[in-house]
Design a protein. Sequence first.
Length: 367
Amino acid sequence: MKFVISRDALLKPLSLVSGVVERRQTLPILSNVLVVLDGQSLSLTGTDLEVELVGRTIVEAGAEPGETTLPARKFLDICKSLPEGSDIKLEIDEGKAVVRSGRSRFTLSTLPARDFPSVEESQSSSEFVVKQGELKRLIDRTSFAMAQQDVRYYLNGMLWELSKDVFRVVATDGHRLAMCSLETNIDVSEPTQVILPRKGVTELARLLQAEDEEIKVVIGSNHLRATMSDYTFTSKLVDGKFPEYSRVLPKSSDKIVVGSRDELRQAFARTAILSNEKYRGIRLVLSDESLQILANNPEQEEAEEVVSVDYAGDSLEVGFNVSYLLDVLSVISGDTVKLSLSDPNSSALLEEAEDGDSLYVVMPMRL
């Protein structure tokens, strides 16, 4: 195998594919990236057996086809360190890969391409096409609520739900829930639910850079595959039952507060400075046209903010983890936010005051 390619054409797919490769591996081959040259089409593949990513690019004419595997991190670091606009020449010589650029020369060890594992195909059950920007919006608005290393492994991921003409994603860690829906042309015989693991969600989000380009998603019995012009992404699905999220949505919230998203976010951020560092608890005291935000900590320090809001009704005092509220106010858009409450022991529902496509549930704290 021998080819010449510009550094800039190689760097982007190589860095995205290398992101999938785990630094610590039990199998040496999994630290490598599979390099396959067919004609002028160069494909790079990285996998950790859970997630697989294939990136494609074009090399200069006169290349000799072939395949090998190279150490992902070292190959990426070499390409990053070379000057912008330079050309990279790679050839395989007696089981070693020789990388040349200008007056630089590097020799890398290789492992046989035949030993490189591939994520097995599974029977596809449903497929749909959306714009990359639409899918990125769904992920960006919900991914912060995924659990991290929870023993309830099905929470360490994101629910994708397909029903007639609606694509919905939901994430929860048991303390808060984020949901975002997209009305699009989806034709499924029956509603489908799958759970994409946390790593799959973060790696897919990194790929979604061309807002108006389409992405085709195929869901199988235990895999999800997303195909774009230059990349093919495959992830195993989490084998588990996601909680019935509809039962978590507050139904009878009679205290509706509407306020400036920016004012509330700044007030929460300032109050958070003096909240308990471990529990991050703040108290909201609601009265006519005003929301008082209070925080204190074990050092007897206190913070108080008063924000004008649109509210008329009974007064209410309720505690929340301020980080959860700030996370929501950071991802939603619009000038105003709607907060629905009922009593000190019930969850709060947050959404955009104008017609939004997202809902957020935050459980209260006892303070």
